[in-house]
Design a protein around this ligand. Structure first.
Ligand code: CTP
Ligand code: MG
Length: 222
C-alpha cells in the first residue's frame, strides 16, 4: 500500500501575527512549511506529498518545495484545504497522513509510527499527549459548565493517519464543526486509535511558540 501525505498550509496565521502567511514564516532561516515537508519526504514510507498553499502563493510555494511535491490552492477553512489536497492524491495511494505545516519540528519517527499503525490495520490513528492544564467547559457567558477529569483528556497532534476510503467518507461530512480530521472520522463511528505523540510536534500557533521552535532548532542543529 502506498502512503501519501497531505499538508494543509493555507492558513493566514492570525494568532501568530506578523503579516507573512504562517507557512512561509522563517524558522532557522527557512520557511516553516519546508521543515514539515522535508520530514515527510525523509520518511521511506511516504511516497507522495501534496501541499495546500494560500491560493495566491501556489507558484512561490511550488518553487520552494521543488518537483517532488504537488501544490494546490487551499481553501477558506482548514477542512477546505485538506479536501483540495485529498483530490490531488494519486489513485493508488491507500493510506493518507494529514499533517499541519505549522508543526515544523515533528520527528520523522512520529510520521513513521502513525503510518505503520495504519498499515498494521488500524483505520484511523492520531498522536496524543496527556493534557497539562486543567480544561473546563464553559457556556456562552464564560461560566463554567463542568470540569472533565484531566486524566482522561488528551491533546491531539498531527500527522493523523487514515485509510484513504475512510478519510474520503469522512470528508463527505465536512460541515460538522470539528477541529481535526479524526473528528470527522469519529462522526462516522469508525474507531480512532491513539499512539504516543511527541513534545516537539507542538503546533506553532502564537508568538511564544515560534520563540520555542527557534530555540529548540538551535539546540538540536548539528
Ligand atoms: N490551514 C489551511 N487552510 C486554512 C486554515 C488553516 O491549510 N484555511 C492550515 C494551516 O496553514 C496550518 C494548519 O491548517 O498548517 C493548522 O491551522 P492553524 O494552526 O490554525 O493555522 P492558521 O489557520 O494559519 O492560524 P490562525 O488560526 O491563527 O489564523
Ligand atoms: Mg486556524
Amino acid at each position: 500500500t502506498r502512503v501519501g501525505a497531505l499538508v494543509p498550509a493555507a492558513g493566514r496565521g492570525e494568532r501568530l501575527g506578523g503579516g507573512t502567511p504562517k507557512a512561509l514564516r522563517p524558522l532557522g532561516g527557512r520557511p516553516m512549511l519546508l521543515h514539515a515537508v522535508e520530514t515527510l519526504l525523509s520518511s521511506t514510507l511516504v511516497s507522495q506529498v501534496v501541499v495546500a498553499a494560500p491560493p495566491t502563493l501556489v507558484e512561490v510555494v511550488g518553487q520552494i518545495l521543488g518537483p517532488r511535491v504537488r501544490v494546490v490552492p487551499g481553501g477558506a477553512e482548514r477542512v477546505d484545504s485538506v479536501r483540495a489536497a485529498l483530490e490531488a492524491l494519486d489513485d493508488d495511494i491507500g493510506v493518507v497522513l494529514v499533517h499541519d505545516a505549522a508543526r515544523p519540528l515533528t520527528p520523522a519517527k512520529l510520521v513513521d509510527a502513525v503510518a505503520t499503525t495504519v498499515l498494521d490495520g488500524h483505520p484511523a490513528v492520531i498522536p496524543v499527549l496527556p493534557v497539562t492544564d486543567t480544561v473546563k467547559e464553559v457556556d456562552a457567558d464564560g461560566r463554567v459548565v463542568r470540569t472533565p477529569p484531566r486524566d482522561v483528556l488528551r491533546a491531539v497532534q498531527t500527522p493523523q493517519g487514515f485509510r484513504r476510503d475512510i478519510l474520503y467518507m469522512a470528508y463527505a461530512n465536512r460541515d460538522l464543526p470539528v477541529t481535526d480530521d479524526a473528528g470527522l472520522v469519529e462522526a462516522l463511528g469508525v474507531p480512532v486509535t491513539t499512539i504516543p505523540g511527541a513534545e516537539e510536534a507542538f503546533k506553532v500557533t502564537r508568538p511564544a511558540d515560534l520563540v520555542l521552535a527557534e530555540a529548540l532548532l538551535a539546540q538540536f542543529a548539528p
